[in-house]
Design a protein around this ligand. Structure first.
Ligand SMILES: Cc1cc2nc3c(=O)[nH]c(=O)nc-3n(C[C@H](O)[C@H](O)[C@H](O)COP(=O)(O)O)c2cc1C
Length: 180
């Protein structure tokens, strides 16, 4: 798909068909997301793909901070991708000190770039996604058994779309940009 068309037609998908996303397709999406830029090419983003309905149900019931809207999406999706970040590399010097006043926030920035690239690559392959930000980070880490040294950045519900939502209104270019 042409890049601008892919960017403009990607929508957050919250209703999914029961069909699973083949592992090969998921691997191709991750391979594309690996081309996202990152701090000094540190590539700190990792993807834990939760397909097990029991683990998804635990996250939906125990780790959505009571936000039932997200519980429903998590139960309904084909796979819930837990986007993790290897902590302490992006934005850090070799001696462990922060490089800039943003301290460790560059790793979140990198994970965001990778996550959007993941969502665009999924869209190109006909796979729907929605990024979920309202969740209990510590609880998700506990349920999936997050690896030492990694932090949960975001959740992405994934599957074949069972809806065609319209694009929410966007701000005008004049509101978004200024030239100096
Ligand atoms: C950081 C972030 C957190 C989000 N959290 C949620 C969420 O918890 N639940 C949800 O349904 N959508 C969530 N969204 C999706 C946004 O609501 C959606 O991207 C926005 O309304 C624009 O719609 P579009 O993605 O279809 O263009 C999140 C998106 C981002 C980038």
């Amino acid at each position: 798909m042409e890049a601008i068309k892919c960017i403009e037609t990607r929508r957050s998908i919250r209703k999914f068909k029961a069909e699973q996303v083949p592992h090969e397709t998921m691997q191709e999406i991750v391979a594309a997301a690996a081309y996202a830029p990152s701090w000094k090419n540190t590539q700190v983003t990792r993807y834990a793909v939760v397909e097990d309905p029991q683990i998804k149900a635990r996250i939906a019931e125990e780790a959505t901070l009571g936000f039932e809207h997200n519980s429903g999406i998590i139960k309904n999706c084909a796979a819930l991708v837990v986007v993790n970040m290897v902590h302490g590399r992006s934005g850090f010097e070799r001696d462990g000190s922060y490089t800039t006043s943003k301290e460790d926030r560059w790793e979140v920035f990198d994970a965001g770039l990778a996550t959007q690239t993941f969502c665009l690559a999924a869209h190109d392959k006909g796979v729907g996604t929605v990024i979920l930000g309202i969740f209990d980070e510590a609880k998700v880490a506990e349920i999936i058994g997050a690896e030492d040294g990694q932090k949960v950045a975001a959740l992405v519900a994934v599957g074949y779309a069972d809806e065609e939502p319209a694009a929410p209104k966007r701000k005008s270019v004049d509101e978004l940009v200024k030239f100096m």
